[in-house]
Write a protein that binds this ligand. Structure first.
Ligand code: DGL
Length: 270
């Protein structure tokens, strides 16, 4: 069987990247791990996020993937360099692709970023954006409640609208023309976020650009899948399999093969 692309997140958020990978690279086998037992990662200390990311990567390495994609901004900010230094296959994060996509879209040079507390505190987007274009103005805001709404499948509800409006109120008054959805869970709330921000603000998700980067890296190393066999998409989650399966099937539009994972690592702290 062809080696797979392994994609991980704290929960269902990385499925936004999976959908784009399936669209752009339909022949690729995919392994996905959602750490739903320990979501959210956003409020956790960076060292803990690094530890969790290492555990998931070690789990996925059993399947000998050809690439690891950290489809979680919080884990990318905390653990990308650490994981790169530990594994032999290419490791891709979502922050640089998101920053590139926003720079390509913004006309005014005023860019908003929303993400988890961990991502915003790390200033990873600000650093990535300013490295590419030093004169940009970056306005950041943490939206800690969004991830829980998504993990509970509340993409469109009155509660969602209320939480999204009040969280975005301060940023809505700014003059930005682009808003980076700096958490892979947020595209699930895109319709509500777009309603609140209005038509003059483009929403940027890093999913498309990340999938493009995956494609480029695989192409350069001559590792793109070529077989005409039906690709295998396999999903693992560490928490409630029912909610994960329901969200994944609705988002991806296909039946999924899900393996609930019972962690056996002794030092796991939930
Ligand atoms: N989807 C993740 C991110 O992009 C993590 C959200 C969380 O677990 O707090 O940051």
């Amino acid at each position: 069987m062809q080696q797979a692309i392994a994609i991980l997140d704290s929960g269902v958020g990385g499925l936004t990247v999976v959908r784009e990978v399936m669209r752009q690279l339909p022949r690729e086998n995919i392994l996905y791990f959602g750490d739903t037992a320990r979501t959210p990662y956003g409020p956790r200390p960076a060292e803990e996020v690094v530890r969790f990311t290492r555990e998931i990567v070690d789990y996925l390495l059993q399947y000998h993937p050809k690439m690891i994609v950290i489809a979680c901004n919080t884990a990318t900010a905390a653990a990308l360099e650490d994981i790169r230094s530990r594994v032999a296959v290419p490791v891709i994060g979502v922050i640089n692709p998101g920053a590139r996509a926003a720079i390509g879209r913004s006309k005014t040079g005023v860019i908003g970023v929303i993400g988890t507390e961990g991502t915003i505190k790390s200033k990873a987007y600000e650093t990535a954006l300013k490295r590419l274009s030093p004169r940009l103005q970056v306005i950041s805001r943490a939206c800690p409640e969004f991830v829980t709404l998504v993990e509970n499948g509340k993409f469109r509800s009155e509660e969602t609208h209320r939480v999204v409006s009040s969280s975005l109120e301060p940023i809505r008054l700014e003059t930005l023309d682009c808003l980076i959805l700096g958490c892979t869970h947020y595209p699930f709330l895109a319709e509500t976020i777009a309603e609140v921000m209005g038509p003059d603000v483009a929403l940027i998700s890093s999913a498309d650009e990340t999938a493009r980067e995956i494609s480029t890296v695989l192409q350069e190393s001559n590792q793109l899948a070529r077989s005409d066999e039906q690709p295998v998409h396999q999903f693992f989650c560490s928490g409630d399999p029912h909610m994960f399966q329901k969200i994944a099937q609705a988002w991806l539009g296909e039946q999924i093969r899900l393996t609930p994972v019972v962690w056996r690592v002794p030092h796991i702290g939930v």
